[in-house]
Ligand binder design. Sequence first.
Ligand code: F6R
Length: 604
Amino acid sequence: MCGVFGYVGKEDPLSVCLAGLEQLEYRGYDSTGIGGICKGEIVFCKKAGKLSLLKQGLDLPPLEIAIAHTRWATHGRVNDQNAHPHLDGSGAIAVVHNGIIENYDALREDLRKEGARFSSETDTEVIAHLISKHYQGDLVEALHKAIAWLKGIFALVVIHKNHPHELYAAARACPLSVGFNDERNEAMVSSDPNAFQRPRLNVLFLQSNEIARVSSSRIDVYDQRLKKISKKTERLEGNFQPPAKGGFEHYMIKEIYEQPITIQKSLFGRCNGEVQFEELPPYFLNKIKQVWFLGCGTSANAGRIAALLFEEIARIPAQCEIASEARYRTPLLTPETLVVAISQSGETADTLAAMREAKKYGCKTLAICNVKSSTLMRESDAGILLNAGPEISVCSTKAFTSQLAVLTLLTLYFAQLKKQISPKQLHSFLEHLRAIPAQIQQILDTASDLQKLAKKYADYEHFFFMGRRYMFPTACEAALKLKEISYVNANGYPAGELKHGPIALLNPRFPVVAFCANQQTEEKISSNLMEVKARGAPVLAIASEPQENIGSIADDLFRVPHTIDELSPFASVVAGQLLAYYIAKERGCDIDQPRNLAKSVTVE
Ligand code: F6R
């Protein structure tokens, strides 16, 4: 999704901004641009397509200050004109923007009537014109007046040709951080502090209509009444290592192979004898009577599995809601509801908005997240880190299994507190859980079998992925992987539901991938496989070692190691990830940056 970056300091602003954009690339984008001030004039270069294209055509003079952008189109097509930065009519102001201005159409009309001419279809250009309209020598004041007219969310970085040594930044419900290091005499602004690539940086986060004036030696922050405020800063420790593929062809496959380790990291220190989370004082959970999991995409699939675990093991009513829907319900939430917001990035706008909404009901909020400095971690009442390390591929893999590991432990933690599990049962459960990394390694060691299956299935355009109980959300997650990186139509269904409509679609060109490793429903899913076979659809089953019967029905079989039903999603989903990866590779797709997708979805 859009990323903004700005630099002021003694290094070459162009090179620093380009390096910043490289760090923002993983978020997913369709255009890039960079602008700056040279000899009192705004200059810029912007291009639809990859950052490499922008670099090829760069012909900017030496800059005194610079701002830069990766665009993920919301308003207006993907073309050079719509890429950022956007300028006001006089070319004095340049703006880069992440977010959505909901009332841009009305504002544009008003500005047009006042004589403004627009050269793009974007909502962002309206902001540049608005700032210009209110500018009378003080850019903080102009920005303050301009943003008062905006409905929606934004993270903005603005430069003005009359202020060649200052970046101006403003944010509303959209992440925006300012990083500075007094010794180095430089400052940066970005939607992702990890893009700063500097050791020992002090970082502050803007929010709620705050405005910052940023120079290389000084940062002034103003609140929404234009009162100067002092902000808490966080130290970003500098173990910064640029992402590397470590010999793998893609980040996705590297991250799939990291899972035996990343799962261990999620478990580390949290299940010695009994389950403990130092992040969660027991009083925080004592009065909880129901749990609401919130998330989007992959994180919502993890939440669905967690809801089943909570109901079955901790015996607490639990449900998972897609965050973008949860917001607009009239939920029966109370202060005795724990809202668990699950997000790899911690910046997903829908998840943040739903969590903020839940807070209005007095609910306690818990974030399960992979990014320590994220908005979700900062705004929730408590937070548990996944410790999976940066996930670069747009397609989420290792974050999902780490989410499962943490959510499983959270279930056991609650079960302990509520005395729903005996020490003996807990011990046995944890034994199975600790065996999961080795089981995943076993699957990775037989990845070549999935690669062969992928060759066979790569030409189909439609798939159903089906499963029962724990295997239903697992099937949904595996189907999501396939559709997002291969662009084939793959949908997850509860296996029993196919005959209520979807089965009408089946034919020999419409395979079914069946996730069978849930022992409790083995007989039922065998019958569902027969129903599918009877319609001539090819069947690829992912079943656990003892499930003999499945092998005799399916056309193709991939075996995963046996475990208890509650933990069966781990191995099965890794098989699904590998299948999706190899099919996408067969089809020659852009695996790490699939079209239209963004890693960090910061608009609702
Ligand atoms: C799928 C994928 C997305 C994300 C979703 C939520 O592979 O990556 O579906 O899971 O956009 O993102 P987070 O977890 O960052 O909130």
